[in-house]
Ligand binder design. Sequence first.
Ligand code: GAF
Length: 396
Amino acid sequence: MIQNNYDTSALYNKFKELFGTEPLIVRSPGRVNIIGEHTDYNEGFVLPAAIDKAVYVAIHKRADNKIRLYANEFNEHFETSLPDVKPGEGWSNYILGVVDQAIKRGYKLSGFDLVVDGNVPFGAGLSSSAAVECATAYALNEIFGLDISKTEMTGIAQKAEHTFAGVMCGIMDQFASMFGKKDHVIKLDCRSLEYEYVPLKLEGYKILLLNTNVKHSLSSSEYNTRRAQCEQGVAWVKEHYPQVNSLRDISMEMLNEHVAPKDEEIYRRCKYVVEEISRLLNGCEDLKAGHVEALGKKMFETHDGLSKEYEVSCKELDFLVDAVRNNPNVLGARMMGGGFGGCTINIVKEEAIDSMVAAISKSYQEHMQLELTAYIAQIENGTSVVSTITPETIIA
Ligand code: GAF
């Protein structure tokens, strides 16, 4: 099992070695989502939580306009200056997109030096990109004293993903990273951004993430296509019900009457989302009432909807869900996040985890010729400053 400790003193030392000054360090976590997938950009609800794997940025402001970035994991440098910030390739986009948004909103920045690192695996569907964006927004706010609210920082981070990474994501990932609370999930209304912390009481069960270790290249383009398909469905219903603004406002009757006759595929996409919004609301009540088995059953239903109706799964994710479907130690499992790879989320009886992971790793290797990686997700707090002082005091 992969360990989650991250030693911020190494990051501190790296920053000092590269830039010669003492950095501020900000931690921003990855996330899981219990249920409610592809509902955020449809103004529905989601049920995410921040986890113990996080992105860390070390930062120090400069007197000039230079921006010097270093990604520890890739051993890569990137340099630009404030007036020249524009979309490019790879990891720097998630930082520069945030800078661009802050400038566009009128916040006054100068240059800065920044090192990014962490232990959120890339491409695993745990929102490493949202974590980099949130860490950057929070860090810029701190060093330049911008007084931006956490809600606005979340919006800045989301918009950075749209404009610099080209993914028209919803608000879930950035919100979970920014607002996470230890041992709680966040029931978030993605329309109003009102939210409620719900204690995650799993009574002898743990959240186990199984990483397929694949990320199919379709993921961004198909994500944007799904979003457009949902919007098309809404437009057809709106011709008859002008008060409707999103799938959140739409019933199955409306879909049956006004979308089904027009396009079977769009109907299936919309049907999944409408059902998922109500499944989440019921699942959240299950969690509050301690009915974890009922919640687990709904997670399998979500997976089937994502796989067959929304069509954002892949053979590796389906394999991992099918591998645990009839296992009495597993209450629920499903693909998590945008899809086309990444992790499944499983609710598994604690004492069964080791033997189960060993057995599934073996059959995953045999059937998919791929290595499986497993993590137990602990639920942690959201984005915050780690420390501004010496390495000895900043072990996270
Ligand atoms: C990705 C997106 F970034 C989120 O906004 C959300 O839509 C998710 O896919 C699917 O629920 O993680």
